[in-house]
Design a protein around this ligand. Structure first.
Ligand SMILES: CC(C)=CC(=O)SCCNC(=O)CCNC(=O)[C@H](O)C(C)(C)COP(=O)(O)OP(=O)(O)OC[C@H]1O[C@@H](n2cnc3c(N)ncnc32)[C@H](O)[C@@H]1OP(=O)(O)O
Length: 258
């Protein structure tokens, strides 16, 4: 029996592979999954025999976002008190290069998890988006910051304010993904990229990762803290309660702008 409830953890030579495994919920990121992914990745990061980490999901969904059913009943004081989502930030501090293999939906927190990785290999069926606004909230795992840095303000505003989904061709044109491959080859390609990286000097690879991230991230910490506070504040609104209840009840939301 696996020691994990929501992920599968494997090692292939010097590559650690974490597969999100909540197929019935399209790999929605609940607290158990977050804890398990962060713990498995942190374990790989401390292991001198691992030189790269691959994170993947299923053909239909890398991850369809944070778990709306889990979040829907939370209050403002719950999300602030728990520092909800803060554990995801630990992934950004790992030294080991991380490769996301994305097929199918990468929405909301799923898109944010993919963007937390250093290289994003996308299948030709991948769909990206930050649809939090449709639930009366905003991105909370770094999406407003990382998406903006990756694709620029104009496109980030378009995606985040409309909540529309984006197919892989558009994501590729915008520079969000590293490579697009046929969906059948996505995981194999991600593992090959990981093996190549794992065959290099780990010190050089981790310093190179750090250097690129410094160019990308200056000011990011402040941005994430600001985003988190703003995200938490959406849980003080009626529109968050209504947006998430509507999803759970499979109906259109009726926002009252309060
Ligand atoms: C709030 C922050 C900071 C971050 C977020 O990530 S909020 C969530 C953002 N994501 C979304 O809004 C996407 C929600 N999902 C969908 O719109 C659809 O599921 C879909 C378009 C991705 C796929 O539609 P499809 O018709 O193919 O599949 P469904 O029947 O809708 O889903 C199957 C199964 O999975 C459950 N599901 C899907 N996404 C989530 C989610 N994010 N959280 C919880 N559960 C999710 C869905 O309810 C259904 O299960 P049930 O049949 O048991 O209801």
């Amino acid at each position: 029996m696996s020691e994990h409830e929501t992920i599968i953890v494997e090692r292939e030579g010097r590559v650690g592979v974490i597969t999100l495994n909540r197929p019935k919920a399209l790999n929605a990121l609940n607290t158990t999954l977050m804890t398990e992914v962060v713990s498995a990745a942190t374990g790989f990061d401390k292991d001198p025999d691992i030189g790269a980490i691959v994170i993947t999901g299923s053909e239909k969904a890398f991850a369809a976002g944070a778990d709306i059913k889990e979040m829907s009943s939370k209050s403002y004081s719950d999300v602030v008190g728990e520092q909800f989502f803060a554990a995801w930030d630990d992934l950004a501090r790992l030294r080991t290069p991380m490769i996301a293999s994305v097929t199918g939906y990468a929405l909301g927190g799923g898109c944010e998890l993919a963007m937390l990785c250093d290289i994003l290999i996308a299948g030709d069926n991948a769909v990206f988006g930050q649809p939090e606004i449709n639930l009366g909230v905003i991105p909370g795992i770094g999406g407003s910051q990382r998406l903006t840095r990756a694709v620029g303000k104009a496109k980030a505003m378009d995606l985040i304010l409309t909540g529309r989904n984006m197919k892989v061709d558009e994501a590729d044109k915008l520079g969000l993904v590293s490579r697009v491959v046929p969906k059948e080859n996505c995981l194999t390609t991600a593992k090959e990229v990981a093996e190549t990286i794992a065959s290099k000097s780990f010190i050089a690879a981790s310093l190179a990762k750090d250097a690129v991230n410094r160019a990308f991230e200056s000011g990011l910490g402040e941005g994430i803290r600001a985003e988190r506070a703003l995200f938490y504040s959406t849980f003080a609104t009626d529109d968050q309660t209504e947006g998430m209840a509507a999803f759970v009840e499979k109906r259109e939301p009726k926002f009252t702008h309060s």
